[in-house]
Design a protein around this ligand. Structure first.
Ligand code: PFF
Length: 440
């Protein structure tokens, strides 16, 4: 069976950017940046993305293209035993993340509905907080939307690499930027918005601490979808002539730009109506509806805002599912259709306790955390950094000659290769071990 390929370079870049740009950039970034020193956080986030982030993304794409295989097969082919375990951990992490990502993806669909009916268009943040809580703790409703979201993701992955993932990304990613621009213009033209802009962009150097650095690195790697085989899998579908450096720079630039735009979209509007920008995760589902309730044309903007979140989440969840599906297809010799259905069913089932742990199963905890929080903690704080360190060591020390050959396709060795090798060998392992130790 011949392997799938992207139809065009643009399609590949938009699909990879679609994976990167997700709830991390649009939901998490604004409130994390707002509470961590605004412009200072943005700058550090940018530096991390352009150094270690770039090196790891290039490394992953080069590995995938060199091996032409899924995440597990890539490590087996290039590194031999015991390296496939690293690929396997990546696949497992994608599976675990997808289970709770899909629950939140479901919330975005529900909130499109709530915006359409107007039921969340009140400026009383207390009422909105109660509405949100009542919704996510309900035993049934979030599960229906989780199923719907997983079903949408399944439909795309069933379509395959070109017809499913690439076509969706080529259509939805430009739409995402248009939606953001509309919302930014609306936010910035509100009276009082300038204060929010200044708050977001003025660097508060007193907030630059160890914890802030760890937060910035964690968010950078999460938002670039690194360390779990995603860019390996997407890289394995890239044609031989596609330059990988330029493509990964595009993906990173689009992701950083989106984070910046997400801050511009949310913070000025939140300020204009006098809400607390450091409301944390509630900023999206509680504060933003209150903002829309007070805006002229607010209902329309609320619908657009939650559509935007859905688009961002969907193109990311598609990549999470594709990594698992491609590994199951190739390692267990299963047709795409069967693999995609099986994985989706398993993810749906795992998402059930995750969702219920926010409501009726709240008392069941392990290490003081409910199942949803435990999944999030285990993947984001422990397994992802572990995968990233191993990836950096693998690229920098174990298979560097193959990676270098893959990155110097047209004969000459590019001058920047030495720098990338240094990042993979030394800087990335040291920084990421720092995150791991801090999190432990
Ligand atoms: N990058 C996506 C986001 O920021 O929402 C989420 C994500 C996708 C994280 C894939 C990790 C991943 F492997």
């Amino acid at each position: 069976m011949s392997r799938s390929q992207w139809g065009s370079r643009l399609g590949f870049i938009l699909a990879a950017a679609g994976s990167a740009i997700g709830l991390g950039a649009i939901w998490k970034f604004p409130y994390v940046a707002a509470t961590n020193g605004g412009g200072a956080f943005l700058l550090i986030y940018l530096l991390i993305c352009l150094s270690v982030g770039l090196a790891l993304m290039l490394g992953e794409m080069a590995l995938g293209r060199a091996a032409g295989s899924n995440a597990v097969g890539t490590f087996r082919q290039l590194g031999g035993k015991p390296w496939p375990i690293v690929g396997l951990v990546g696949v497992l992490v994608c599976f675990l993340i997808y289970s709770f990502y899909s629950v939140v993806g479901g919330w975005t669909i529900a909130y499109i509905g709530k915006s359409l009916t107007g039921s969340i268009l009140t400026s009383d943040a207390k009422v909105l907080g109660d509405t949100f809580n009542a919704f996510i703790t309900d035993p049934l409703q979030p599960l229906v939307f989780h199923g719907l979201f997983a079903g949408l993701t399944l439909a795309v992955v069933l379509g395959g690499v070109q017809k499913g993932i690439e076509n969706l990304s080529k259509f939805l990613m430009p739409a995402l930027f248009v939606l953001m621009l509309v919302l930014i213009v609306r936010g910035l033209t509100l009276p009082g918005a300038v204060d929010g802009l200044l708050y977001f962009l003025t660097p508060d150097l007193s907030k630059v601490t160890g914890t802030m650095l760890v937060d910035a690195m964690g968010l950078a790697f999460f938002s670039l979808s690194l360390g779990m085989g995603i860019m390996i899998t997407y890289g394995s579908y890239v044609g031989r002539d596609t330059p990988l450096l330029g493509s990964s720079l595009w993906v990173i630039a689009l992701t950083v730009l989106t984070c910046f735009l997400a801050g511009l979209m949310v913070l000025p509007a939140v300020f204009a109506f006098g809400f607390d920008p450091s409301a944390g995760p509630g900023l999206t589902f509680i504060t933003m509806p209150a903002v829309f309730a007070q805006m002229a044309g607010g209902q329309l903007f609320a619908v657009l805002f939650f559509c935007l979140l859905l688009v961002a989440a969907l193109t990311s969840s598609v990549s999470l599912l594709e990594v698992v599906v491609s590994a199951v297809m190739e390692e267990l010799k299963m047709p795409r259709r069967k693999a995609a259905w099986l994985v989706t069913l398993a993810v749906f089932l795992l998402g059930i306790p995750a969702s219920l742990s926010l409501g009726i199963w709240r008392e069941y905890t392990l290490f003081g955390k409910g199942f949803f929080d435990l999944l999030d903690y285990l993947t984001s704080n422990l397994l992802m950094p572990l995968g990233e360190v191993l990836l950096a060591l693998f690229v920098g020390w174990k298979v560097w000659p193959s990676v270098a050959a893959e990155l110097s396709r047209h004969g000459k060795t590019p001058a920047w290769l030495g720098v990338m090798r240094g990042f993979c060998r030394y800087l990335a392992p040291v920084l990421i071990l720092g995150i791991l130790v801090h999190n432990l």
